[in-house]
Design a protein around this ligand. Sequence first.
Ligand code: SER
Length: 596
Amino acid sequence: MAIKTRGDLIRRYIDFFVSKKHKEIPSASLIPTNDPTVLFTTAGMHPLVPYLLGHKHPLGKRLVNVQKCIRTGDIDEVGNTTHHTFFEMLGNWSLGDYFKKEAIEFSFEFLTKVLKIPLEKIAVTCFEGDKDAPKDEEAAKIWQSLGISKDRIAFLPKKDNWWGPAGETGPCGPDTEMFFWKSNEKAPKKFNPEDKTWVEIWNDVFMQYNKNKEGKFELSKQQNVDTGMGVERTLAVLNGLDDNYLSSIFQPVIKEIEKISKKKYSGKENQKAMRIIADHLRAATFILGDEHAIKPSNLGQGYVLRRLIRRAIRYGRLIGINSAFASKIAEVVIPVYPDYPELLANKKFIIENLNEEEKRFNETLEHGMKKFESLVSSKIKEISGKDAFLLFQSFGFPIEMTVELANEREIKVNERDYKAEFEHHQELSRTASAGQFKSGLADSSKQTTKLHTATHMLDETIRRVLKDKNIKQRGSNITPERLRFDFNFPRKLEESEIKEIEETINKKIKESLIVKREEMPLKKAIESGAGYLPGAKYPDRVSVYTIEDKADKRGFFSKEICTGPHVSNTSELGKFKIVKEESVAAGIRRIKAILE
Ligand code: SER
């Protein structure tokens, strides 16, 4: 049976790996909670970093899932047939269990037996070797033993066939990539990776090295397998489509854009704009609909969200859409993804925020465009930082949009001066700077681990001090410097309340409470009173972190379902101090705190 929908592909993949003794884990949130180096979850392996580094996963050593991901690194490429900001990644993992032989055999069996791809249409690449690691003859031999001819195996350097570390240090290794011949014409005997008719559909990474601080590649203690298959691209090529937007994932959205704009997607002049609108508003729907409920703002994820929505609106204008349309697109995106119940649960929030952001932007877009045109009409070569900042502040033009508009006219923008101007007017958030758009491994340093435990203590203490059982965590972000914690509460905290929170936590730190990790079925964890993030999806078996407290009638100070890691005793934390308490949205407060 042909695979026509994303649902078919995902189910087949997961069922296949479950039949090979893998446990299915749910997609994690798009917002990484313990990784300060990136704004979004960028790959299926990303939420699994602690386990790739050796922590024990409650579901065992073989895992499989489909993960929602966002990559904004090449947002400017969106508009072609294959690039997306939001995408889904299928993956299977071995955490110190099977290695190259089984991983390649599984991949081969899935491609040829489940997807029924004929052998003639498959080619692979392997790592060619360099000073850090030898040529991956082992992987190539396994492929050959399965029937892939020598001619169909290409050896490529690190830039093509090596994955990770995503940050400076951490697990990494050679990979082997699988290519599909997408044309109906017979594939050449000899594989040429430069020939674009060969499309990469799957990547098996063999994490057998650890890059250390000195830049040396040491053999790692635990050998892992990390694989990734992009759903959008694979579905398109399996259906003989040259353009991801023609697949069943995007067609409802494209049809809606055609209806609203009264233009045809088949008309080449409209395609780029329609793809950008479809891509960006799909991503915006997922960010707004995430368990963490991000809103458009000028900070971090909220800023990316704002850029995506505003860029989509501008492209809407270019194809003649003059009325509000963003939420209409979200209405057709949501039913494409019935397996992400958070979208439906947050539908009202998604629609309201899209409407509000579009309204706000539309109010200034026209005037802003007039201002922009008047700026560039005098044949200038560069837009000054001051003017770019004016476009941002008075007309809501994200700097990236001004740069894009200027580029279309071959004009530069003085982004350095813009940044200086921005910093001058408001404290530039670390997250809005380029650094955090890069992908990276979780920072599992001692300090983040400590702050993570402090976050659990804060979560519990807020409810106690403010005497409100309904307070729940609405977001959390930890860097080595500080923790950030969002929660629902209708008003500003009193000085005395802040003091009481600090004192309670510091008292508990001094009591040297033991932090215990246990694994148990999800149901049991919830019954035992463990806290969890509302709306988040958890696997059937979870790890629970308990901060024990004999003086408490429940026997614990705090208990939460959490992947960790945490310290083993609160005495390791030092002194807890709240440095900021503020509002981030209606009814949502934010606390920033440090450990001294
Ligand atoms: N982490 C690898 C990738 O992103 C495999 O999943 O391609």
